[in-house]
Design a protein around this ligand. Structure first.
Ligand SMILES: NC(=O)c1ccc[n+]([C@@H]2O[C@H](COP(=O)([O-])OP(=O)(O)OC[C@H]3O[C@@H](n4cnc5c(N)ncnc54)[C@H](OP(=O)(O)O)[C@@H]3O)[C@@H](O)[C@H]2O)c1
Length: 286
């Protein structure tokens, strides 16, 4: 099966590109410089040239704080380009796997979010991703939207790498302890998408929206403790702080844990254990 992957330089995109061939897929992995998903003509040209049987969109604007100022760029990529890809796929009969985020929710529910819970994003990034989801649904029936959370892996920037670096450099670190979520390894997301691609090869999928995130749910503080515990040598002392102690340009939701029962029930896919992925080569290296 021929798969076109966008955003191939990102955390998930890189893992997809690295893992696809080993699973027997002919992957065309395109970075932003090879395919800007916001360019309608370029998207049409690449789809016509490669004629993939599946498009996996791993491209996105993910700078949550920068998005508050850079609204137009964020919306162009996360909302408009997502719709544009879905339209282009619909015109050619190509299914689309698309990624979204726990940040579509406002965090006030008090229990893990299910797919049918109404989104209400609290920042520009979350708003643009929610708008992108709606565009995908509007234009294309054969879509699978995977909402993931707190993504980390050896390629690209993420919380794990930042904490590992700061813990080596500093004496003390204050880490937010009152935001809960579900850290998710980029490699596990890629494996799940490729497993779903394999199933698509042999039959139709139950299309729609699924939550997929690592287990167990945790706070940034406890996640940081698990990271620092794996570092050799002298490391910073970690102190729990509150969201109010750590103001950021983009507001953050307090509790965006994802209920992943639907993907387990419908597709038999379990949540990955995030702690296992902390020992991936390259992740915690200086
Ligand atoms: N990171 C998280 O914690 C997190 C949490 C929840 C959901 N998600 C979602 O998961 C998905 C994958 O995230 P990730 O962590 O892998 O993101 P990432 O590491 O930031 O990668 C995104 C990639 O998209 C590329 N890109 C940006 N604009 C583009 C454009 N116009 N055309 C083509 N490519 C473009 C970027 O290119 P450059 O390398 O050139 O910048 C980057 O390589 C996204 O949909 C994201 O919203 C992420």
């Amino acid at each position: 099966m021929k798969i076109l992957i966008t955003g191939a330089n990102g955390q998930v995109g890189r893992e997809l590109a690295l893992r696809a061939a080993a699973r027997g897929f002919a992957a065309i992995a395109m970075t932003r410089s090879e395919l800007d998903i916001g360019e309608r003509d370029a998207v049409a040209r690449q789809l016509d040239r490669h004629a993939p049987e599946l498009l996996i969109n791993a491209a996105a604007y993910t700078a949550v704080d920068r998005a508050e100022q850079d609204v137009a760029t964020c919306e162009r990529i996360n909302r408009d380009a997502s719709g544009l890809l879905a339209e282009a796929c619909a015109a050619r009969g190509i299914p689309l796997f698309h990624l979204s985020t726990d940040y579509v929710f406002d965090g006030r529910l008090g229990r893990p979010y299910r797919e049918e819970d109404p989104p209400h994003p609290v920042n520009r990034y979350g708003q643009s991703k929610w708008a992108g989801e709606r565009r995908v649904r509007e234009h294309l029936d054969r879509h699978l939207i995977l909402r993931v959370a707190w993504v980390f892996g050896p390629h690209g920037n993420n919380f794990v790498k930042t904490i590992a670096r700061l813990a080596r450099e500093r004496e003390e670190l204050g880490i937010v302890a009152d935001q809960l979520g579900s850290p998710t390894p980029a490699g596990a997301i890629a494996d799940t998408l490729l497993e779903l691609a394999r199933r698509l090869q042999v039959g139709e999928l139950p299309w729609g929206t699924y939550h997929y995130a690592g287990t167990p749910d945790t706070s940034w503080y406890d996640f940081a403790r698990a990271i620092v515990a794996r570092l050799p040598g002298k490391t910073a002392r970690l102190n729990p702080i509150t969201t109010a102690d750590y103001p950021t340009p983009a507001p953050r939701a307090a509790n965006t844990r994802l209920d992943c029962a639907r993907i387990a029930r419908t597709l038999g896919i379990p949540r990955p254990a995030w702690a296992d992925a902390l020992s991936e080569p390259g992740l915690l290296d200086p």
